[in-house]
Write a protein of this length. Structure first.
Length: 165
């Protein structure tokens, strides 16, 4: 019985030697690998560009509207300041929510200072967006342009919503 087992084992081993392995696959072209890496890199750049553009879209829209207001010469300064105040309300409503609709005068200016991380609205030219807005005082065009430029710099410093920086 042990001899027949040895014979069977030797036959099995000899049969295993006759089995051939499949041919190894050919390697992938380096050009194809490089193309895939470049394509991935381009897709990542496009994704980051679109993400950044979407995060700062409010800023570009605000700058366009501020520039339009600053370049008007035939409109009253009250109308221009009112449009800037409306823009600020829209930005704050987008960032904070509708709870800011109840705020006016000093509370409104303090909320602006808190959101913009500055004191421009309570101590600087930004005070015109408080109770001064309704006093019907005319400002010269150069003053309106100065307020527009300062407001643009305040908006420029705003971080996008959801930013932890």
């Amino acid at each position: 019985m042990s001899e027949s087992a040895n014979v069977d084992i030797t036959e099995l081993l000899s049969q295993l030697r006759d089995i051939q392995e499949p041919v190894a696959p050919q390697g992938t072209s380096l050009v194809l690998i490089a193309f895939c890496i470049v394509l991935s890199f381009i897709l990542i750049i496009v994704f980051l560009y679109q993400r950044n553009r979407a995060r700062y879209a409010f800023r570009h829209e605000a700058f366009y509207r501020i520039d339009t207001i600053a370049n008007r010469t035939n409109e009253s300064s009250n109308q221009s300041i009112f449009e800037l105040a409306t823009l600020l309300r829209q930005i704050m409503r987008h960032r904070v929510g509708n709870c800011i609709n109840k705020l006016d005068d000093i509370a409104w200016l303090k909320a602006l200072d808190t959101e913009f991380s500055s004191a421009w609205f309570t101590t600087g030219r930004g005070q015109i967006f408080g109770s001064t807005l309704y006093k019907n005082t005319e400002l010269p065009n150069h003053e309106i342009r100065a307020v527009c430029e300062e407001l643009k710099s305040e908006i420029r410093r705003l971080k996008p919503i959801g930013s932890t920086n």
